[in-house]
Design a protein around this ligand. Structure first.
Ligand code: LRY
Length: 232
């Protein structure tokens, strides 16, 4: 398997496609996600973001791109849901992900564990795996960089009480974190257009993660439908 430095180099200035469907969504199923990943690779993507060990394992079988794996799980004592504990991280690693993305917000984590403890435990489990810190604010990004995250992603901006939801990507957060000139910053969340992508790169993004706009046909259809209805 490629060394994590090589994996991160391979993502530079590239498009990572997030292939995710939750249980209530029509595209739910690992075979659908694996087909999405193959299509993304054929289109020139450099990596895949995927949720659940089952989807990661299926994608790994059919697509050679590096996988940024997550495992969404809810715990009663915390609002953190993206790979909240080592229990999920281990399954993501075992399924074949090159990178594990974890919630790196400053919110209380399940069992009161700290982000530092989780990151150390992941590195002990598999020193060769990369850690992606999913953040919602500048402060969280700086903290994750100080803790040694391999990549920082703006995934959670707009989805936590400390951040503001916008229709567009959080260009300001990308710009501020990238300006630190340290850990590479991945732009993720609500990238819908080519112009959004360009603006993310101009703001200093190392790579972009695009999910819904490529892999959620229900939401893509709804967007076109709403646009026409507004014209009536
Ligand atoms: C907040 C949260 O749970 N984000 C998730 C993280 O993996 C996914 O549901 C998103 O689809 C992904 O971040 C890509 O973003 P977008 O689909 O907007 O391109």
């Amino acid at each position: 398997m490629a060394d994590i430095g090589q994996v991160i180099d391979s993502l530079r200035h590239g498009v990572i496609v997030s292939c995710q469907a939750l249980e209530h969504e029509p595209m739910y199923g690992s075979h659908h996600m694996a087909a999405m990943a193959v299509a993304a690779k054929q289109g020139g993507a450099v990596g895949i973001r995927a949720n659940t060990p089952a989807d990661i394992a299926a994608i790994k079988q059919s697509c050679s791109l590096p996988i940024m794996g997550i495992y969404k799980q809810e715990y009663p004592d915390s609002d953190v849901f993206i790979t909240p504990t080592l229990h999920e991280a281990k399954q993501v690693a075992d399924a074949g992900a090159s990178l594990i993305a974890v919630d790196a917000t400053l919110r209380r984590r399940p069992g009161g564990q700290t982000l530092q403890q989780l990151m150390q435990a992941i590195k002990m489990l598999d020193p060769g795996i990369g850690i992606v810190a999913d953040v919602s604010t500048f402060e969280e990004g700086v903290n994750a960089m100080e803790l040694g995250a391999d990549l920082v992603s703006t995934t959670l901006s707009g989805y936590t009480p400390d951040s503001v939801y916008r229709e567009e990507p959080d260009f300001q957060l990308i710009r501020q974190l990238a300006a630190l000139g340290g850990t590479p910053v991945v732009a993720e969340g609500r990238i819908w257009t080519i112009e959004d992508c360009r603006q993310c790169m101009e703001a200093g993004a190392y790579a972009v993660v695009i999910g819904t706009a490529i892999t959620r046909p229900r939401e893509i259809t709804g967007r076109f439908v709403r646009a026409i209805q507004r014209e009536r």
